[in-house]
Design a protein around this ligand. Structure first.
Ligand SMILES: [Mg+2]
Length: 266
């Protein structure tokens, strides 16, 4: 079996692993520094498609974490990467925010309301009945249905909020059409992330806090999987799943290299 020592590249989830409610988790800043100092290729992954990598980098910085924008991989970037391969120079009608529209623009897509190749739905806090109606009619006329991530709710300080999966369900109900969903737990999100940093599954690890997304997708992508208990999984929850991660840790602080013991202390 592959051990952690053989891992040369890392993918890590963001919420519940590095940060929780805008607070850096113990060891997160040190682990990012350790990877940076060692020249270890890594990417910080999030299913959140609202923000651009630059926005997320700034938000992480305000939490005390130094992650350059090129080290961030969102479900919006993974979706744009997928659509660029499927239909270079294609067209899309988009329900989403700047994280998604920017990613699609940079991938060479044209936004249109007239016979688009795709209807792409990402996370937004500004739902419009008019836009939903437009999306439904375009799908019924033959556009293909793509969704950035399946999450039904997202966290906020006041409690859960409806997220991409919930609005996609509304469109599915109205059209009878199921979307293709790019973000976790689709392992494609990890494969495109690995391509981005030139990593290979044999020597890449994935750190996550959810069995039903991070860990299952990590296993399916052939990665070394590390579950941290700083997020929502706990021991009783882990036992319910038919698969297990390679490692279960209390938090990312347990991934820090130990300081070598100086000889005069022995
Ligand atoms: Mg998480």
């Amino acid at each position: 079996m592959r051990t952690r020592d053989e891992i040369e590249c890392w993918l890590t989830d963001m919420d519940g692993v590095l940060v929780h409610e805008n607070q850096a988790l113990p060891g997160a800043a040190e682990l990012l520094q350790q990877w940076t100092d060692a020249g270890t290729p890594f990417l910080v992954l999030t299913n959140n498609s609202i923000f651009t990598p630059r926005d997320l980098s700034a938000r992480l910085r305000s939490s005390g974490l130094n992650v350059p924008e090129e080290r961030i991989w969102t479900s919006a970037l993974a979706t744009a990467d997928f659509l660029k391969q499927q239909s270079p120079g294609g067209t899309a009608f988009v329900i989403g925010e700047v994280g998604l529209t920017t990613a699609l623009h940079e991938a060479g897509f044209i936004m249109t309301e007239t016979n688009p190749d795709y209807v792409v739905v990402g996370e937004t806090r500004n739902y419009s009945f008019e836009a939903i109606t437009k999306a439904i009619r375009l799908l019924l006329k033959g556009a293909r249905f793509i969704v950035t991530n399946p999450d039904a709710t997202g966290p906020s300080a006041e409690g859960p909020m409806p997220a991409t999966g919930a609005i996609a369900a509304l469109i599915t109900k109205a059209t009878g059409m199921e979307p293709y969903v790019v973000g976790k737990p689709n392992p494609m999100m990890f494969r495109s992330a690995m391509n981005r940093i030139g990593a290979h599954s044999e020597n890449t690890g994935m750190i996550g806090d959810r069995m039903d997304t991070d860990i299952v997708a990590g296993i399916e992508a052939g990665l070394h999987t590390v579950l941290v208990l700083t997020g929502i999984s706990d021991d009783s929850e882990i036992a319910r799943y038919p698969f297990r991660p390679d490692e279960i840790l209390d938090g990312v602080h347990q991934l820090l290299a130990r300081e070598p013991i100086e000889s005069d202390q022995i």
